[in-house]
Design a protein around this ligand. Structure first.
Ligand code: BES
Ligand code: MN
Ligand code: ZN
Length: 522
């Protein structure tokens, strides 16, 4: 799909479809209705408004409506998209709407589309949201289909022209915004592919190969360690989980280092992703229903891989590392048992009370390893607990950590990237739940507050380093298509991580500029 910018009038657009996002008030207000709507309607002799009304289109935030123009406009059809009320508008509303619009356009087998960018305050964020929404909305996972595949694959919009709002001129920075949006959306789609891939063909070895191919293309450093090396690193928790599977575990370490030697010496950011390529539960076997989606238990690592791919292009003025402990959690004659005591890399011992609480074990050792780099901050991402879905629902991720500043930065990044992440408390009242009679701690507490106890477990391995844990068990995967999301993997957290790195870059650059200003004054 390629994008260009235009300043013409929507009513004069020539393409297969015109995509027209509208606020609810745009349809009812007599004072200042958008001219794209008014003029197009005039050319259609009032049919646009009439048909929209007949279809019950009111501009609500989840509505869309396709209208035939019968040759009265230069486009075959108009796709109306509801944006809801202006008061609730943000870039994510637009991203979702454009996702719906592009899905409708693809269904109509349109090849070319003109999208009217709505007149709103933050134009740059809107342009980014439109490009992201279009690319994310086009995503399909049809690798394993043998029927209808070619027909479906070719039914995709190829050319998109973004019509700028009235009075806005084209400028060079817009191409940069579109390019960034493309890089981000393609990375999220890459993450979606990794997560959607069945566990049989997304083994730890294959995940490591994917990381290698990506690192090579992006110009990132890469180390991959196998079972023997993981044992040498004394990662007893990781090894314990990996034992039950014939698949070789892989510790994957990606690194971005700035070219500038001063920047390269700065404290790095560490991103850590859960990479259980299949979670059967182990000997604490999951029931069939709960196991069905467990190929997605590596979504945290997919988010890290997606983000690292973008970071390689952003080239921030500080190093960024990505760590993933990839393995399967399987029952077997060699599997780790309930009651076993495992010794972590950090030295802490863990009594296994549930082999299905495996993510925190692998993460414990990998967090320890990441922390040895003395990072300025660690962010981990994990499909860690069903309890987090119970607490927040399937669309919202939980955030945990005691460092308020880092937490704020992560939450603000999520907000501006349009991903829903909310903080949950690491209340001390739930710390005792992990006390063990035989070891330093046990790996699973009781059901109540399960995502909080999981976070307490992880915290044991990060020491005093500023750290945020994101439990993405819900939003990493959806069972309903919606907006720009398709059923299945969402690529959740790629956008938040990229935004976090961009903000940190902006902060550092602002501080450097200030330092230059003051030295000038002296
Ligand atoms: N991978 C699961 C968590 C999960 C559940 C992710 C549902 C996505 C959807 C995790 O390893 C797990 O099994 N957690 C247990 C923890 C319990 C045994 C303490 C859970 O949530 O039930
Ligand atoms: Mn599990
Ligand atoms: Zn798991």
């Amino acid at each position: 799909m390629n994008f260009s910018f235009g300043t013409g009038h929507a009513s004069a657009a020539k393409a297969d479809v015109l995509v027209l996002p509208l606020f609810d008030t745009d349809l009812t207000e007599k004072k200042n209705p958008p001219s794209a709507w008014v003029k197009s309607d005039k050319k259609m002799r009032g049919l646009l408004a009439k048909l929209a009304q007949q279809e019950g289109f009111k501009g609500k935030a989840d509505q869309s409506c396709v209208i035939q123009t019968h040759g009265k406009l230069g486009v075959g059809r108009v796709i109306l998209l509801g944006l809801g009320t202006r008061a609730k508008f943000n870039a994510e509303v637009l991203r979702m709407a454009i996702g719906r619009g592009i899905k409708a356009a693809n269904k109509l087998k349109s090849k070319t589309a003109v999208i009217q960018v709505p007149g709103v305050r933050e134009l740059d964020a809107s342009l980014q949201a439109v490009v992201e929404g279009a690319l994310l909305g086009t995503y399909r996972y049809d690798k394993w289909r043998t029927t209808n595949k070619d027909e479906k694959a070719s039914a995709r919009v190829e050319k998109v022209q973004l019509l700028l709002p009235d009075g806005v001129k084209k400028d060079k920075s817009m191409d940069g915004t579109a390019a960034l949006a493309r890089t981000i959306a393609e990375a999220a789609n890459f993450a979606r592919d990794l997560v959607n891939e069945p566990a049989g063909t997304m083994t730890p070895t294959i995940l490591a190969e994917q990381a290698k191919a990506m690192a090579k293309e992006a110009g990132l450093g890469l180390h991959v360690f196998d079972r023997k090396k993981i044992a040498e690193l004394n990662m007893g928790l990781f090894l314990g989980v990996a034992r039950g599977s014939v698949e070789e575990p892989k510790l994957i370490h990606l690194s971005y280092t700035p070219d500038d030697p001063v920047a390269a010496k700065r404290a790095p950011i560490a991103l850590v992703g859960k990479a259980i390529t299949f979670d059967s539960g182990g000997l604490s076997l999951k029931p069939s229903d709960g196991m069905l989606d467990m190929k997605t238990d590596m979504a945290g690592s997919a988010a890290v891989l997606g983000a690292m791919r973008v970071i390689a292009k952003l080239k921030p003025p500080f190093p960024v590392h990505g760590f993933m402990g990839a393995c399967e959690n399987m029952p077997s004659g060699n599997a780790y048992r309930l009651g076993d005591v495992l010794v972590s890399r950090l030295g802490k011992t863990v009594e296994i009370t549930n082999t299905d609480a495996e993510g925190r074990l692998v993460l414990g050792d990998v967090l320890t390893y990441a922390n040895e780099l003395k990072p300025a901050a660690i962010i981990d991402l994990a499909t860690l607990t069903g309890a987090c879905i119970v607490a927040l629902g399937p669309w919202v991720a939980g955030a945990f950590g005691d460092d308020d500043q880092l937490m704020w930065n992560v939450l603000e990044s999520a907000r501006s990237a349009g991903e829903d992440i909310w903080r949950l408390p690491m209340t001390d009242t739930l710390k005792d739940v992990l006390k063990s009679d035989v070891a330093d701690m046990k790996n699973a507490g009781d059901r109540m507050g399960g995502s909080i106890t999981a976070a307490h477990f992880l915290k044991e391995f990060v020491g005093e380093t500023p750290w945020v844990h994101l439990d993405i068990a819900g939003p990493s995967n959806v069972n309903k298509e919606k907006g720009y999301m398709a059923k299945g993997a969402t690529g959740f957290a790629v956008r938040t991580l990229v935004e976090f790195i961009r903000r940190r870059t902006a902060e550092l650059n602002a501080a450097a500029d200030e330092a230059i200003d003051t030295s000038d004054a002296e």
